[in-house]
Design a binder for this molecule. Structure first.
Ligand code: FBP
Length: 550
């Protein structure tokens, strides 16, 4: 494999680990747990895995003897920096359990398990991928593991390879599937444990026990670097407003973290838009006001950060999307209809109010709302060009204000979407360390016979030696939600909390950032150098940790 100088130097990096995992460990069990909501429904659906205790690993003076164990691993869903280190930590962890343990990787996501497509991950292969970005060691995919036939087909290959435990590295939906699979294998006494690992750049898989999902740190640092570069360009040429959409699905964690890192003129937070019941016109008017206020000072430039899921949080758009979801689920023939007739077909099926909203949107954006849902029933918000929609609508409003003598400046725009360029970056030191520990912890959960757990590493704003490793029962994070027209048990998405410390910090500063040019230019991720440059966790995590200590 050809390698860059950085890749070669980075391969030698030894991830830092919690002291508790370095030698012999014992399990410390907490009290029985409950799901976050809908307890009766979740308990009924998961009779074998519901209510298990939260656990932590602690150093032990007695080294337990373990048999060799064969383990399977799946990378599921969107790429996130650090996935290879989860696999490296898992590999080293099971080899530490017993040197004859073996690791098998299923190719291209959960589909690899069902289709019996796998490779053995040997030391030579794993070593090639340590501390690298991407999921290319085995590839990833979005096949939804939900049917008994899939579970049974998967079990055939697990039995053939004598695999006793499966680790699913994924986001909320994939970990929901991991939980369903754990429950099923336990119910039929299949002898296969299932463990999840919290992955997603979106940062929306978090709770009391899971501080952050891996990849969020690196992705936000990459986007902040590029936004910082744009801000410097913007402040040099002084002629453009940049509308920048940022990945993150429904949650605005990425946009909020980037705002804290770069101090833009505007950052929209979808959760606030929903809480304040803001219409599209209110949002557009607010941005236009900021543009006009800066123009009054002679500043015809600026930056606007837009979370990619915004559209779903604008009440009139959310109602429209909810009805579209039902219509698309009930009318699979829609896809067969000629493109030129699709718009009218949808308008005829929509209620009067929603049809009016649909018709008011630029045609391109309206049709983007009807694109295929992903296998989990989510709208593919990354395909909806909200940055263009807003730039266009703000332009129309300002043109009107100009005619009415209310705006005297210039308004020229550039639009950007940052998402894919951050998902496979070489993991920051934080993600490299965190991921390795998550993988190593998953191996410990397997050794102690756990199933239906998610690997958990906490206290990560402290030095790595003090991190707390353990496991959280996945049922604890679940509630019932409507998906594809049916009520389903799913892990509750963690959205931005408007009373949380990161949002409060942003809200306290944004009025000043809107009018002045207070940009910060974070620069690229540094892998070697002083700890204050290389090892800082996200602002989100730091502010949350500080608030916890108060
Ligand atoms: P996961 O939830 O699977 O981690 O995906 C994250 C994400 O990058 C989202 O931010 C984005 O909306 C989506 O994946 C894009 O999906 P795809 O890679 O299928 O285009």
């Amino acid at each position: 494999m050809n390698k860059s100088a950085l890749q070669i130097a980075r391969a030698a990096y030894q991830p830092k680990m919690p002291t508790a995992l370095l030698g012999a460990v014992k399990v410390n069990e907490g009290a029985a747990t409950q799901s976050v909501a809908d307890q009766e429904d979740i308990q009924a659906l998961f009779p074998n895995t519901y209510g298990q205790p939260y656990i932590t690993f602690e150093p032990s003076d007695k080294q337990e003897k373990f048999e060799p164990i064969n383990v399977g691993v799946i990378l599921s869903g969107g790429q996130a920096p650090g996935g290879h280190n989860v696999i490296a930590g898992l590999f080293d962890g099971i080899k530490n359990i017993h040197p004859d343990s073996r690791l098998y990787g299923f190719i291209l996501g959960p589909g690899g398990l069902v289709d019996h497509n796998y490779i053995e991950l040997t030391a030579d292969i794993v070593n090639e991928y340590r501390n690298t970005g991407g999921f290319d060691i085995i590839g990833s995919g979005r096949t939804k593991l939900e049917k008994k036939e899939q579970f049974d087909k998967g079990l055939v290959i697990l039995k053939a390879l004598d695999i006793k435990a499966l680790v699913i590295i994924g986001g909320d939906d994939s970990n929901t599937n991991a939980c369903v699979l754990a429950e099923y294998y336990k119910s039929i006494d299949a002898g296969v444990q299932v463990i999840g690992c919290p992955k997603t750049i979106d940062g929306d898989l978090k709770n009391e026990m899971i501080e952050t999902s891996f990849g969020f740190d690196t992705a936000c640092k990459v986007y902040s670097e590029v936004i910082g570069n744009i801000q410097r360009d913007c402040n040099s040429a002084r002629k453009y407003w940049h509308f920048i959409k940022l990945m993150g699905r429904s949650a605005s964690h990425i946009a909020l973290e980037c705002a804290l890192q770069v101090q833009p003129n505007v950052c929209l937070i979808s959760e606030e838009v929903q809480a304040k019941n803001q219409s599209l016109d209110t949002i557009v008017t607010d941005i236009a006001n900021t543009v006009a206020n800066r123009a009054a000072q002679g500043h015809n430039f600026g930056t606007v950060l837009i979370p990619e899921g915004l559209i779903e949080f604008i009440p009139e758009m959310n109602n429209l999307i909810a009805e579209l979801n039902e219509i698309l689920a009930a009318h699979p023939e829609y896809k067969m209809i000629r493109k030129s007739e699709q718009r009218n077909y949808i308008i005829e099926k929509l209620s009067e109010d929603n049809a009016a909203v649909f018709k008011s949107l630029p045609e391109g954006v309206a049709m983007q709302l009807t694109l295929d849902r992903d296998p989990h029933g989510n709208v593919q918000v990354s395909a909806i060009e909200t940055e263009k929609l807003l730039a266009e609508m703000v332009g129309v409003k300002l043109a009107q204000w100009k005619q009415d003598g209310l705006f005297v400046g210039k308004f020229a725009t550039q639009t950007h979407f940052f998402g894919y360029e951050g998902r496979c970056a070489a993991p920051s030191n934080y993600d490299a360390d965190y991921c390795y520990s998550l993988g190593y912890t998953a191996a410990a959960l397997i050794a102690f016979g756990k199933t239906g757990y998610m690997s958990s590493v906490r206290n990560t704003t402290a030095p790595a030696k003090d991190w707390i490793a353990g496991g959280v029962p996945i049922t604890m994070m679940m509630n019932m939600e409507r998906r594809n027209g049916e009520m389903k048990p799913v892990i509750q998405k963690a959205l931005v909390q408007l009373d949380g410390a990161p949002f409060r910090r942003f809200a306290a500063k944004r009025a000043a950032w809107a009018i002045s040019t207070d940009y910060i230019y974070p620069g690229p991720i540094q892998y070697f150098g002083p700890t204050e440059v290389c090892d800082q966790p996200t602002k989100t995590l730091q502010l949350e940790a500080k608030a916890k200590c108060k």
